[in-house]
Ligand binder design. Structure first.
Ligand code: UGA
Length: 434
């Protein structure tokens, strides 16, 4: 496993649990030491147990030396990060660095399998560059096997995926990968064998479809808010249509994280690069609708505070980009908290898991270790991440500590009747003023 970040570490532990011998390499010695002790350097349910089991069985090892991996493995999974750059293209520098380091070490026939998210056409370029550098030359095969795992569900999504996508050139690589994933194939996981380009595109397309759904539902939510229609009932109606289905229809502050925003913007950049302006326009609009949710949340907060944020005490419940995660990358919640701070509000943030990461990203905000401390003296509480802890809040207890019982529900988590009965002024994204 080349790269032991979120994707590589999870995939390594899962493959080891299937009985394979896995050596994972990363440049970060601290991360490697932690993983080698059987602990994940990030929050992922079930992963620590798999890591500990893999390490103690001897099937799972970690290191920083690429030579060990290059000389001993038959299959090399490429799991390096491909973060977005400012212009929307992906930053592939870690990928090309790895290719340049790995290529000269490949002396025996082997299969290099990309898992990182890349623009279409990258796999073929990786193949050509590796073959040019490797002593094994044309005996180095390249495949692409994208990963669809969600943060917070990484282990289950890896061991019981909804599909395996194998982008291959020729039968041998296909057979090698099917053999490697044999326990999953035997358990009935559908396998789609395809070409390299389709495999690369399937990852980006799946994320973009999800992003598009969320932006569509949020556009409907804004119409509901303006017309008095009920967004909750509307998504129930939509979800009961079997062609649409009920998942990924939760309205609110929109999507964030390291994947959906990056892939949506990546499609804008690819559409432009490929001379397909209509494609670029579609995904630019999905991104714009998503960003608009943050802007209108800030505007609504300002309106609730009587038009002025400066020196007002505000509580933000939630910093993670979604419940079940400690990740704050492109987090809508933390973004809104930061914007309110920039408008002069004194913002106190509470999150059940992401406080440490949020503090590193936005050290200028205040943080509390529990909800009641975060809400003490507050003039407006914003609920911005969909943690169950917030859904289950007792409005009476919270009402006793705030200065003004006023709440903005950015994830449609709170029961409006319950909160209003407890004396709260409640506004929710997507709901007209009650
Ligand atoms: C996403 C995809 O779901 C995975 O299949 C994919 O493998 C992964 O990206 C990746 O590319 O690595 P993830 O970023 O972990 O997974 O998060 P999601 O569960 O997809 O949620 C993304 C964002 O959408 C969150 O901010 C969430 O709050 C928001 N969301 C989700 C909504 O606003 N409404 C919904 O109905 C669902």
């Amino acid at each position: 496993m080349l790269g032991a970040g979120y994707l590589g570490a999870t995939h390594a532990a899962c493959l080891a649990s299937l009985g394979l011998r896995v050596h994972a390499v990363d440049v970060d010695a601290g991360r490697v030491a932690m993983l080698a002790s059987g602990r994940a350097p990030f929050h992922e349910p079930g992963l620590d147990a798999l890591l500990a089991e893999g390490v103690s069985s001897g099937r799972l090892t970690f290191g920083t030396d690429l030579h060990v991996a290059a000389e001993t493995a038959d299959v090399h999974f490429v799991c390096v990060g491909t973060p977005p750059s400012a212009d929307g293209h992906l930053d592939l520098s870690a990928l090309w660095q790895l290719v340049d380091d790995l290529g000269p070490l490949l002396r025996e026939p082997c299969l290099v399998v990309g898992k990182s998210t890349v623009p279409v056409g990258t796999a073929a370029r990786v193949r050509d560059r590796l073959r040019g550098l490797a002593p094994a030359g044309g005996d180095v095969a390249v495949a692409w096997n994208p990963e669809f795992l969600r943060e917070g569900h990484g282990v289950a999504d890896s061991l019981r995926p909804e599909r395996l996508v194998l982008g291959v050139e020729g039968r041998h690589a296909d057979q090698q990968l099917r053999a490697l994933y044999h326990p999953l194939v035997a358990a009935g996981v559908p396998v789609v064998s395809t070409d390299l380009q389709t495999a690369e595109l399937s990852k980006v397309s799946a994320n973009a479809m999800l992003a598009g759904r969320i932006s569509m539902v949020n556009a409907f939510a804004e119409v509901c808010e303006t017309t008095g229609a009920d967004i909750g009932d509307l998504v129930t109606v939509l979800g009961l249509d079997s062609r649409i289905g009920p998942d990924f229809l939760s309205p609110g502050l929109g999507f964030g994280g390291s994947c959906l925003p990056k892939d949506t913007r990546g499609l804008v950049a690819q559409g432009e690069d490929l001379g397909l302006p209509c494609v670029a326009r579609l995904w630019r609009q999905v991104d714009a609708v998503n960003q608009h949710q943050r802007e209108r949340t800030v505007a609504l907060a300002e309106e609730l505070l009587g038009g002025r944020c400066a020196d007002r005490r505000v509580t933000v419940l939630g910093a993670a980009f979604k419940a079940g995660s400690d990740d704050v990358r492109d987090s809508p919640a933390l973004d809104v908290a930061g914007r309110l701070h920039d408008l002069g509000a004194a913002v106190c943030v509470y999150d059940p898991a992401a406080t440490a990461a949020a503090r590193r990203a936005r050290p200028d905000l205040h943080y509390a270790l529990d909800v009641l401390t975060a809400c003490r003296g507050s003039e407006l509480v914003l609920v911005l991440t969909d943690w169950d802890e917030f859904r289950l809040l007792d409005p009476v207890a919270v009402g006793e500590v705030v200065a003004v019982p006023r709440v903005l529900d950015g994830r449609l988590l709170l029961d409006p009747d319950k909160w209003q009965r407890a004396g709260w002024q409640l506004r929710a994204l997507g709901r007209a003023i009650g």
